[in-house]
Design a protein around this ligand. Structure first.
Ligand code: Z5A
Length: 222
């Protein structure tokens, strides 16, 4: 589906997506610094989380043993956290003109619970419509790395966690899911080769934000 982005207010909503260890958190920090340096009001946030209630749900989800939650329960918990996040943090920030940078959003539910765990994709889309209507990001950056490289980076950084202890085929399905989502929605999504060094990825994404969204050009990209 390639409908025009639905946004609240004058701000810009940019989401970072991809598998574990793709470099989303590192990129988010770099983008926030660069955009703040050119005078933009930046809100950096994440999912699951972003509000006190969402962070509590994050613990319920990520601290549970693998398989503890039914896949559809995971969908509903992620959307409970997301409804809170959109209403309390994202929309108010967009309304005052901020750039909201979000580490994971709805595409993660489609990729992990849909492509990865096998929840019907139409059911997830229906939950999205019921909870958020047509609300979607202006731009989604999908950081793509081979599964083995991403897991090695993530495990080096913080040890294995819940989804990291899943099978390689699960992570392959998640990766293919993100690529399929991006291919189906090229106006919103851009796939970035995240095997490159951190600064190269950052500069490539900053150029995209300047070109696609008309954000001011930070000095670091010349
Ligand atoms: N989840 C879900 O199932 N459904 C949903 O709807 C949502 C989420 C919203 C959230 O975990 C989990 O929830 C996630 C999906 C699921 N699954 N897991 N596990 P999280 O937020 O805690 O984990 P994550 O998003 O996967 O973060 P991560 O593994 O830390 O990856 P990252 O943020 O993409 O990477 P990073 O922290 O920037 O970098 C990791 C390490 O790699 C670090 O040492 C960096 O210095 C290094 N790095 C980063 N980029 C590079 C490059 N370019 N070169 C070399 N080294 C690099």
């Amino acid at each position: 589906m390639t409908a025009a982005p639905v946004v609240a207010g004058r701000g810009l909503f940019v989401t970072l997506e991809g598998g574990e260890g793709a470099g989303k958190s590192s990129l988010l920090r770099g983008l926030a610094n660069a955009l703040t340096s050119v005078g933009r009001d930046v809100v950096a946030t994440r999912e699951p989380g972003g509000t006190p209630e969402g962070e509590a749900l994050r613990h319920l989800l990520l601290d549970a043993a693998p398989g503890a939650w039914e896949p559809m329960s995971e969908v509903l918990l992620h959307y409970a956290a997301r409804a809170q996040h959109v209403a309390r943090v994202i929309c108010p920030a967009l309304a005052r003109g901020a750039v909201v940078l979000c580490d994971r959003f709805a595409d993660s539910t489609m990729a992990y619970q849909g492509y990865g765990l096998g929840v019907a994709r139409e059911a997830i889309a229906a939950v999205h419509r019921a909870v958020l209507g047509g609300f979607r990001p202006n731009l989604t950056v999908v950081l793509d790395v081979p599964v083995e490289l991403g897991l090695a980076r993530a495990t080096r950084a913080r040890g294995p966690d819940r989804y990291e202890s899943n099978t390689t085929s699960f992570h392959q399905r998640v990766r293919q899911g993100f690529l399929a989502i991006a291919q189906a929605d090229p106006e919103r999504c851009i796939v970035v080769d995240a095997t490159r060094p951190v600064d190269e990825v950052l500069h490539a994404v900053l150029r995209l934000l300047v070109d696609r969204l008309g954000l001011p050009r930070p000095a670091c990209i010349g």
